[in-house]
Design a protein around this ligand. Structure first.
Ligand code: 5GP
Ligand code: ZN
Length: 116
């Protein structure tokens, strides 16, 4: 838990969000600035900065979060598939330093990397 972390506050219900899912370990909520018709994030309730700080003790939690992605995506209507994104560290474009899996879909999802 981190006092100044916005996603900790969201997971604790101190900052409102549009909740997608919650259990003892995990919270999922819609992104405030979606890049596609469906865009939500899966976060651990426990404060973990990024994948770069993860170790073997987080294996079960990370597995649980990954397996929630297709389940929650289907519940949100993404029957044809979805994109997952995990930005890790400044070099990975991470802006909120509490680990999160973006789940993105609906509409036209372009190839992730444009090749010339
Ligand atoms: P990152 O770039 O760190 O992978 O993604 C952070 C995401 O968090 C961004 O897509 C941004 O729109 C979202 N975000 C930032 N602040 C809030 C907030 O207060 N509420 C919600 N629901 N999403 C937020
Ligand atoms: Zn946090």
């Amino acid at each position: 838990m981190s006092d100044n972390c916005i996603f900790c506050k969201i997971a604790r219900g101190e900052i409102p969000s549009r909740k997608v899912y919650e259990d003892d370990d995990v919270f999922a909520f819609h992104d405030i600035n979606p890049v596609a018709p469906v865009h939500f994030m899966i976060v651990p309730k426990h404060h973990l900065v990024s994948l770069m700080e993860a170790d073997d003790s987080h294996a079960a939690l990370l597995g649980k979060m990954l397996l929630l992605a297709p389940k929650l995506a289907r519940e949100q209507g993404l029957e044809n598939g979805f994109r997952t994104v995990i930005n890790s560290g400044k070099g990975g474009g991470q802006e909120v330093f509490h680990l999160h899996i973006h789940v993105i879909g609906g509409g036209n999802i372009p190839p992730m990397v444009k090749r010339s």
